[in-house]
Design a protein. Structure first.
Length: 163
């Protein structure tokens, strides 16, 4: 999600603003789409390397004008008056979470490490679907956020099952 401190009339109003983002694959993808939609280049904004664990602090200290982030930080910034410019919904079929394991780990895995990880993931999803309220409260406790923020963040996420 791309969140600005001030509402912008058009995305081209980003020119000259300080944009905090994590320059990994997801941050770079979102930045690229943001700049393309704004008809700007990287040189038109001030890019700040800002991992998610430092985004809220930078926002509160007014070190950034715009943040490229995701939940739970996105919900916190919105609750502080941030304005959503766009999110990954405007880029369908672009972002996928994957599990990657190096071949050398597969060769020497003990106790079916990868199989156990995948099984645990799908058991967690099954729990979320079957015992939603309890699962949501567990997520709230773990992420130290609100129930509303967790529900909002999950609303736009497709969680595939094995079936």
């Amino acid at each position: 999600m791309v969140i600005a401190r001030q509402a912008l009339t058009t995305l081209s109003d980003l020119k000259g603003l300080r944009v905090g983002y994590e320059p990994g694959a997801l941050g770079a993808l979102m930045l690229s789409n943001l700049l393309r939609q704004a008809d700007l280049d990287q040189g038109d904004v001030v890019l700040i390397d800002l991992p998610p664990d430092r985004q809220l602090e930078a926002w509160n200290q007014k070190k950034v004008d715009v943040v490229i982030t995701y939940e739970p930080v996105a919900g916190l910034l919105l609750s502080l008056g941030g304005h959503k410019l766009f999110d990954s919904r405007s880029m369908p079929e672009s972002i996928f979470d994957v599990l990657v394991v190096r071949p050398d780990i597969l060769d020497r895995q003990q106790n079916n490490l990868v199989e156990n990880l995948v099984t645990a993931h799908f058991k967690g999803l099954e729990y979320l679907f079957n015992y939603r309220q309890d699962a949501l409260y567990r997520i709230v406790t773990r992420q130290k956020t609100s129930l509303n923020q967790v529900q909002t963040s999950l609303a736009g996420v497709h969680l595939p099952t094995l079936l």
